[in-house]
Design a protein. Structure first.
Lengths: 248, 261
């Protein structure tokens, strides 16, 4: 279980998180929605320890994320970055099996390659893709490789940062389905950031809406369309009029 | 009163900002060195950096040394003619190359080629979240990106300086023999006779210091790059300028240390 309690974070005069409280139950898929620049990525990176909150606590299974063995902590996570964040200098299979080629989870090279090819197949990519470099792949293929890398070490918790941004609707649908299948199949806890409402409906068990640095609404996906929350209603219907200012 | 204090306050703020920047670079360099004694080590990244920084810099350092050695021979011959001291060309070319021009010009050429490349590569990795990805994959970027490059540059630049010294002296020899009428054997004898081991060693030590500066500045500015193409461009430019100035300042300090006591 991931718990954020009264988390604050400011960058200079800009107060991005102003007291975030959120709980993500084990084995569930939580999707965080909210306008651009509302701090969704900062919140996600705070859980991973990539950003240090100014105050508040973040725990994973009761353990403070800022304390303890970082390597052991991060070994439990997989993450799909918005732009893929693939390493340009490494071929695809070494990107996917990066964690399996070094550190505590190190495997023999042949075994790591086999696992990489199996994970590539899992995300719908052919084995021939393994020896290409990231620059030779399309945007959709890069996302899939990023997804394969995120699941390569069978993590307990997977984060997805804008998994469908920049993809055509068909490819976005494919990625959404893959994420849902993988999360269900692995029994992993998932946290996804997205603006894409089709992703929200495809991926989420629960939804939280971040606005003005706090969680404005949280609940199951079944209540998304009749929440009665004016912020959530404006966001999911994409209305310019409403409590959320269009010009921020 | 305010009109008087404002420029002083601005000057003070600039000095404080500069001192803070020096402190940050020093802490970054110190942290890099501490990783030398703490596993894990990434041998493959070190080998790749050694090839990129050392082997692939050989042509530019070699050509720089060749032309500098030749020009130095012409200058010393022309200047020495004013007081009938043309015969010092071989020894001055040798001493000038190994003590000063080899390490400094080699360091500056490597700064232009390597610092810019490291800062741009790491800066791009930062803005495309590859550095964050490394962290989430339980890999310390300082160990994986910085230490291999800094160690490779510290070891490779002295070798480049040694090769550059030899090529520079050869450049002087070619000009001395073909253009200035020196006897081949006499030129070589004068070069060897007047060159001391400390001349060569001091140049190589300078090379190691310059190599450390070159890679550290590239990594530091890359890791602290701003967002977007403009941020990476600014980081690259600042890294090359800072490395070049630091090489020249370090050269003066090391020369004081090596030759004035």
């Amino acid at each position: 279980m991931i718990t954020l309690t009264d988390v604050h974070k400011a960058f200079g005069a800009k107060h991005v998180l102003q007291g975030v409280d959120l709980t993500i139950d084990k084995g569930t898929s939580m999707v965080i929605i909210g306008g651009s620049g509302t701090g969704k990525s900062v919140m996600l990176k705070s859980v991973l320890g990539l950003v240090t909150p100014d105050s508040g606590t973040i725990t994973v299974d009761g353990n403070d994320v800022q304390r303890g063995d970082r390597d052991a902590f991060l070994a439990r996570f997989g993450m799909l970055f918005q732009g893929g964040a693939l390493f340009d200098s490494l071929p695809v299979w070494q990107n996917v099996s990066f964690r399996l080629l070094r550190g505590a989870l190190k495997r023999p090279k042949e075994e790591a390659r086999e696992i990489a090819i199996e994970k590539l197949r899992r995300v719908g990519l052919k084995p021939e893709t393994a020896d290409l470099f990231p620059s030779e792949l399309s945007g959709g293929m890069q996302k899939r490789v990023g997804l394969a890398r995120a699941i390569a070490a069978e993590p307990e918790i997977i984060f997805f940062d804008e998994p469908t941004t920049g993809l055509d609707p068909i490819m976005a649908g494919v990625i959404n389905e893959l994420i849902r299948e993988i999360v269900t199949e692995m029994g992993a806890t998932a946290m996804t950031i997205t603006h894409d409402m089709s992703s929200v409906r495809a991926i989420a068990d629960n939804i939280a809406m971040l606005h003005d640095g706090v969680i404005k609404w949280t609940g199951p996906v079944s209540k998304l369309d009749n929440s009665g929350d004016p912020y959530l209603d404006q966001f999911i219907h994409g209305r310019a009029e409403g409590p959320i200012e269009a010009v921020r | 009163m305010n009109a008087l204090l404002t420029p002083i306050a601005a000057l003070g703020a600039t000095v404080l900002a500069m001192l803070a920047a020096v402190g940050r670079v020093a802490l970054f360099a110190f942290e890099t060195v501490t990783h030398l004694f703490r596993p894990p080590f990434y041998g493959r990244e070190f080998a790749t950096a050694l090839v990129q920084i050392g082997w692939l810099s050989l042509p530019v350092v070699g050509l720089t040394a060749l032309f500098t050695g030749g020009a130095l021979a012409l200058q010393i011959y022309s200047g020495g003619a004013r007081f009938n001291a043309e015969e010092v060309v071989p020894s001055i070319v040798a001493i000038g190359m190994v003590r000063e021009l080899g390490p400094v010009l080699g360091g500056l050429m490597v700064a232009a080629r390597v610092t810019s490349s490291i800062a741009a590569e790491i800066g791009t990795m930062k803005v495309t979240e590859q550095i964050d990805a490394l962290v989430t994959l339980s890999t310390n970027p300082m160990k994986y990106l910085t230490l291999p490059r800094v160690l490779a540059a510290t070891l490779a630049v002295p070798v480049l300086v040694a090769v550059g010294d030899a090529i520079g002296i050869f450049g002087g020899y070619i000009i001395g023999v073909t253009r200035l009428g020196f006897n081949e054997a006499a030129y070589l004898k004068n070069t060897v006779d007047f060159l001391e081991m400390w001349d060569v060693t001091s140049g190589l030590l300078k090379g190691a210091a310059f190599g450390f500066i070159v890679a550290t500045m590239g990594c530091y500015y890359g890791m602290n790059s701003g967002r977007g193409a403009q941020g990476v461009g600014r980081a690259t430019k600042t890294a090359v300028v800072a490395a070049s100035v630091m090489i020249l300042a370090a050269n003066y300090l090391l020369t004081e240390l090596f030759f004035t006591s």
